[in-house]
Ligand binder design. Structure first.
Ligand SMILES: Nc1ncnc2c1ncn2[C@@H]1O[C@H](COP(=O)(O)OP(=O)(O)OP(=O)(O)O)[C@@H](O)[C@H]1O
Length: 334
């Protein structure tokens, strides 16, 4: 991360282990990531790489009886891992809130969207019912829901997918959070609606000065919306950097494989990650060395024995790989 400004969000050596099954699953394994206030970071990587688990852990959404969280999560002054339940419920919504791929999971089917937004405002702010209703209306206007007054009285199932997503964004913004977490916010939508929602998110982020971490399979969207990209593999961030550095000079063999697997090698909106030959390791039996070694054309014995430390190429572009001398930008094949 550039500069000396104190990070607004800091994940330090974050490890999330699910302990409810036969053997513990290390879904997130030593993630370190910082965001400045107002910065947008995209998490990308194949399915199962730990993107959603990382995001959810920032709101401590995992079942505490079956999940062990180690390391640090700091958002502003809040030490999230240590928050009491009471402090956590005010942290959620007031400091950080989340939008999901499927708004129907976040919205309650038995209340109108307006009631839910008003309720969220009243939970966090000391305002009258009338003031909360006025605020709900202005949120609907802000996310450009047509006929906002009428739509506040609609139930979630009465709205189209795109409108529902806008309503969920209003709900997430109801208590003016500083950090927005978005888990594949456009995946379930039609292509044209996806673009509208992405543009809306970017606009809201700029207007409100929000910090945003979003998970996506759409590299085009990541490049369009994010200042920085972090690539996850088997629960680790294997490469991070500005969107431009990541796309122009990927240094981790996994990032290079991901980008190569894109249709026609071009990065456009809608470019999705395709599969790379081989499969990721079993998260309950992680190898001692680099988890990508078995799928990597550059791997040597040392890669299988040692967990690579991060190598920084610039102040904010780094990769966890022992073989980065082999991936200098001029050697990246297109
Ligand atoms: N509650 C849970 N209990 C046990 N394992 C879990 C739980 N939640 C997630 N996992 C496992 O953790 C791993 C990482 O999951 P995660 O959802 O973070 O992946 P992801 O990178 O977001 O993938 P996708 O892109 O498919 O959403 C997966 O192997 C998943 O099966």
């Amino acid at each position: 991360m550039n500069g000396t400004e104190k990070p607004f969000v800091e994940l330090r050596d974050l490890t999330v282990t699910f302990t409810g099954g036969k053997s513990p699953i290390k879904a997130v394994n030593g993630v370190t990531l910082s965001l400045k206030r107002g910065e947008v970071v995209a998490l990308i990587g194949e399915s199962g790489s730990g993107k959603s688990v990382t995001l959810r852990s920032i709101l401590r959404l995992h079942n505490p009886n079956r999940t062990q969280i180690e390391g640090e999560i700091r958002v502003g002054e809040h030490n999230v891992v240590q928050l009491s339940n009471a402090a956590l419920s005010s942290f959620r919504g007031k400091v950080a809130s989340m939008i999901f791929q499927e708004p129907l999971l976040a919205l309650d089917p038995v209340y109108t969207v307006g009631q839910q937004i008003v309720e969220a405002i009243l939970r966090h702010e000391n305002v009258s019912l009338e003031q909360a209703k006025a605020r709900a209306l202005s949120l609907f206007e802000r996310v450009r829901i047509p006929s906002p007054e009428r739509r506040l009285d609609a139930y979630p199932h009465e709205m189209s997918g795109g409108m529902r997503q806008r309503a969920m964004i209003s709900l997430a913004l109801a208590s003016s959070p500083e950090l927005l977490l978005a888990d594949e916010p456009t995946t379930a939508l039609d292509a044209t609606v996806q673009i509208q929602i992405l543009l809306l998110l970017r606009e809201l982020q700029r207007e409100l000065g929000l910090s945003v971490i979003f998970v996506t399979h759409d590299i085009g969207a990541a490049v369009e919306v994010a200042d920085r990209i972090a690539v996850m593999y088997a629960g680790r961030i294997v490469e991070q950097g500005t969107s431009r550095d990541l796309i122009r000079s990927p240094r981790h063999p996994y990032t290079r494989a991901l980008l190569k697997s894109l249709a026609h090698g071009s990065v456009q909106k809608g470019s999705r990650l395709e599969t790379i030959s081989g499969s990721p390791p079993d998260l309950s039996k992680l190898p001692p060395g680099c988890a990508f070694a078995d799928r990597c054309g550059l791997a040597q014995d040392a890669c299988r024995q040692t967990q690579p430390q991060i190598v920084w190429f610039t102040s904010d572009h780094g990769a966890r790989c022992l073989r980065t001398e082999q991936t200098l930008p001029e050697q990246v094949a297109n």
